[in-house]
Design a protein around this ligand. Structure first.
Ligand code: CTP
Length: 231
């Protein structure tokens, strides 16, 4: 299962808060999995890019609560989850059925915390299930990513930053992958479709170590230099 895109948290019928996520990274990962014959399901927030997998393999959601509900149906049955979605951490405390009129000079909004989907899966995760998270960080990058890895019980975390040509909206990204044992592997700036393959090769390595019988291969990916197990 892959989560992708942003979530939208509505204030009234026409206004919402969201973030810059384009969905490109999650869609590239889901597309690469699908092309390699993996049975993939993608839970996607609202995006405006072309789906890389058949429509019946995508569940479209809007808010964080809807994304959790959709993911929860699959938590028990999936082998692996890749959490690429940029889920809004908060939603408005109340929702107005009518468009909010402008009245006061200063408008204050109250927010409540959204569910943390990756954290919920981390609590339920069984020995034979794998999860990979993403961390978009601007400062204390390694430390913050390590804390997320631990808190959400990820097997690995993909670290990226909102710099030019990287992260939200761009077709390219520069990532580092941190494993549970804190080893870090850096990758150069690449198209997101190539980054997707790097991440899946990492997943394959975790999978081979944790789940599969020796010799079995969940992703028949072509071998690339420096992609397997170097720390
Ligand atoms: N995530 C999630 N549900 C949330 C928030 C985050 O599933 N409500 C997942 C993201 O998809 C990502 C990972 O958790 O794989 C880390 O997300 P990030 O936004 O970087 O971290 P937060 O836990 O939201 O922490 P903060 O915003 O304070 O950095």
């Amino acid at each position: 299962m892959v989560t992708a895109g942003p979530t939208r948290e509505y204030l009234d019928p026409v206004r919402f808060i969201t973030n810059e996520s384009s969905g490109k990274m999650g869609y590239a990962i889901a597309g690469t999995l699908y092309r390699h014959g993996v049975d993939v399901i993608m839970i996607s927030g609202p995006v405006s890019i072309k789906p890389p997998i058949p429509a019946e393999k995508i569940i479209h959601v809007v808010s964080a609560e809807e994304m959790l509900e959709a993911c929860s149906q699959y938590f028990k049955i999936v082998d692996a989850v890749i959490f690429t979605a940029a889920v809004a951490d908060y939603r408005p405390a109340s929702w107005s059925g009518q468009k909010i009129k402008k009245t006061a000079q200063v408008q204050r909004l109250e927010f409540v915390k959204n569910p943390d989907i990756a954290y919920e899966f981390g609590k339920l995760k069984k020995e034979d299930q794998i999860s990979v998270g993403f961390a978009l960080e601007t400062d204390d990058i390694i430390d913050n990513a390590a804390k997320k890895l631990e808190k959400k019980n990820f097997d690995a975390i993909v670290i990226n930053s909102p710099n030019k040509e990287e992260g939200f909206g761009y077709d390219t990204n520069r990532i580092a992958i941190m494993r549970k044992d804190r080893t870090l592997k850096n990758f150069p700036l690449k198209p997101k479709k190539d980054i997707a393959l790097d991440i899946l090769k990492e997943l394959e390595t975790l999978w081979t170590h944790n789940i599969l019988q020796p010799g079995s291969d969940p992703f028949p990916l072509e071998a690339g230099p420096g992609c397997h197990g170097d720390k």
